[in-house]
Design a binder for this molecule. Structure first.
Ligand code: CP
Length: 303
């Protein structure tokens, strides 16, 4: 039986390093495609996405194919969940078809953990509510390492809707394990004080100019309107106080890189000038999604 991957909080440094190192072997060089290794031929990867996704779902599917595995993708809208079937019954139904792993995204925090306790099929968490998005943090770490060569000692400013961000939480766990210092920044309504407890040394900052000063990495986050009843402020006002513009990039470290997990809202949390600049790693993050998820699937299926 393979090993589930439910969150970064549960992983130690050695396990994270092993995944990040293995991903390097799958990265494309020059104009080549991702490596095709067929280490998982005959295995079946089920992608069960109960929340929308472009990047995560596609890259898990490509990753599985590059490993030689077969795939089956289901979404809530196209499944019997839309007819009222419970999550447990749906997952038990999928498990009865004997997949090798279920990659799962769900709007409820803790849903993959609950299912991992009830199913013998390993589960990979592709994002659970506001809790964790472990493969996003892994691909973000791979991207930072590719560009800056280290995590230790970096100042990483994570800016935006921190409260609802599983990406922020997984990144805080990972970056803290590797000795980076993390500053979380956003409007007070989206950055509750208890976020400072996520890991030792996490700093909270409500002023964006102070947050980005000398940062090696600026990671922008979308305001998750689908999880908020009352938007904190109008888009224009939000952009004025928490939107990343060139003037902020100039306050950061001279070699700063700009990241965003996507989907991004241009003109709300980031300007097009910055998103499309040389500093932007946004498409490198997407590209690294495939090799990192290949390594994650190998860990689950083979290691
Ligand atoms: N970063 C991320 O999870 O994007 P998707 O929602 O498109 O998968």
């Amino acid at each position: 039986m393979g090993r589930s991957l439910l969150g970064i909080e549960d992983l130690d440094r050695a396990e994270i390093e092993r995944i990040l190192d293995r991903a390097v072997a799958f990265q494309p060089h020059g104009g080549a495609n991702f490596a095709k290794v067929n280490t998982c031929t005959g295995m079946m990867v089920v992608n069960a996405f109960f929340e929308n996704s472009t990047r995560t779902r596609s890259s898990f599917e490509i990753a599985a194919h590059r490993l030689g595995a077969d795939t089956l993708s289901i979404t809530a809208a196209g499944s019997s969940v839309a007819k009222g079937e419970s999550l447990v019954d749906t997952l038990n139904t999928l498990a009865a078809m004997r997949p090798s792993v279920i990659v799962m995204r769900h709007q409820a925090s803790g849903a993959p953990h609950f299912l991992a306790r009830h199913l013998s099929t390993p589960i990979v968490n592709a994002g659970d509510g506001t809790h964790e998005h472990p493969t996003q943090a892994l691909l973000d770490a791979r991207t930072i390492l590719d560009r800056l060569g280290r995590l230790e000692g970096l100042r990483v400013a994570i800016i935006g809707d921190i409260q609802h961000s599983r990406v922020a939480r997984s990144n805080v766990f990972l970056l803290s394990k590797f000795g980076a210092s993390v500053v979380l920044c956003g409007p007070p309504t989206l950055l509750p004080r208890e976020m400072a407890q996520l890991a030792p040394g996490v700093e909270l900052e409500y002023d964006m100019r102070r947050a980005v000063r000398d940062a090696n990495v600026i990671m922008m986050l979308r305001v998750q309107l689908e999880r908020i009843h009352e938007p904190p402020m109008q888009a224009g006002e939000y952009f004025r106080f928490y939107g990343l513009r060139q003037e902020h990039v100039e306050l950061a470290h001279p070699d700063v890189i700009v990241m965003h997990p996507g989907p991004m809202n241009r003109g709300r949390e980031i300007s097009s000038e910055v998103a499309d600049s040389q500093r932007s790693m946004i498409l490198s993050q997407v590209e690294n999604g495939v090799p990192v998820r290949m390594a994650v699937l190998e860990r689950t299926l083979l290691w």
